[in-house]
Write a protein that binds this ligand. Structure first.
Ligand SMILES: [Zn+2]
Length: 272
């Protein structure tokens, strides 16, 4: 069944890097294609000092439809100075900014030194404590340090989502044990490295599960025909939720409706 024909299949992309340069020439068309695919709201990822204000501006230009996060990805951790911290806190004063992040640890690429990553992560967790806003988290190949740092803030943080979950069963259950949420992307559709996810996703309770494209990254490999430019777009969320529903053994309308309800409750988004 196709989701777009179903009134109950309103989708929300919780992780779209819509300020990315690759969308500069056709952002409005990208948004229109997303609407036509049933994507009714999106949370635009703010992942750097440069792009977090752009994410806010985009959200402000599309009230009720686009929302944004404000944060600095571990790749950019070296830019997390005291001035940057003040800028992020100013962004977070806006209602359109619905989460702190993207923040966390990435020891896979190590684009920023690990001590700088840990410091930027801790500072952003303190911001989450101070603002009471939800957390949009990134963790790759850094699970032990990630859990240890999160533990320092135990009992002080609001809701948290570990976005683009690609980890192991043990990591998944560590997150669920903490009552954190999990975001699933088109990584699921990657037969080379996402096969284990297909077996894990039935274990995620509906009230902990959200969906995202991480566009323009992670074009689902099962989209046919693959677009020649390889750019992922929010419209492919409809494809991801169909794959996810099949793996969970659910009707896609059920998976979609649950993810949307969970997302609205998590970020405090207006209902459709
Ligand atoms: Zn990420």
């Amino acid at each position: 069944m196709t989701c777009r024909t179903h009134a109950t299949c309103d989708l929300i992309d919780i992780g779209a890097n819509l300020t990315h340069d690759s969308f500069d020439h056709d952002r409005d068309a990208v948004m229109q294609r997303a609407r036509e695919a049933g994507v009714v709201q999106m949370v635009i990822t703010g992942a750097s000092r440069e792009h977090s204000p752009k994410a806010l501006a985009l959200a402000q230009a599309h009230p009720g439809e686009l929302f944004a996060t404000a944060g600095v990805h571990p790749h950019h951790a070296v830019e997390y100075t005291a001035e940057c911290d003040a800028e992020m806190r100013a962004l977070l004063a806006h209602d359109e900014i619905v989460a702190v992040g993207e923040c966390g640890l990435d020891y896979f690429r190590d684009f920023s030194p690990r001590p700088a990553q840990r410091r930027a992560f801790e500072m952003q967790l303190q911001t989450a404590v101070d603002t009471g806003k939800p957390l949009f988290l990134h963790q790759r190949d850094a699970h032990a340090d990630f859990m240890a740092i999160m533990k320092q803030f135990d009992g002080q943080l609001g809701p948290a989502v570990v976005h683009c979950f690609t980890g192991t069963r043990e990591e998944l259950f560590d997150y669920l044990d903490q009552d954190w949420h999990v975001g699933i992307t088109g990584w699921l559709c990657d037969e080379r490295r996402g096969q284990h996810l297909r077996e894990l996703v039935p274990s995620i309770p509906a009230h902990r599960l959200m969906i995202e494209t991480d566009a323009p990254y992670l074009l689902p490999r099962t989209v046919k025909p693959a677009p020649s430019h390889r750019r992922n777009e929010p419209m492919y969320l409809a494809h991801i939720v169909e794959e996810l529903a099949r793996d969970r053994g659910e009707d896609v309308a059920v998976t979609a409706a649950n993810a949307t309800a969970t997302t609205r409750a998590f970020f405090g988004l207006p209902g459709g």
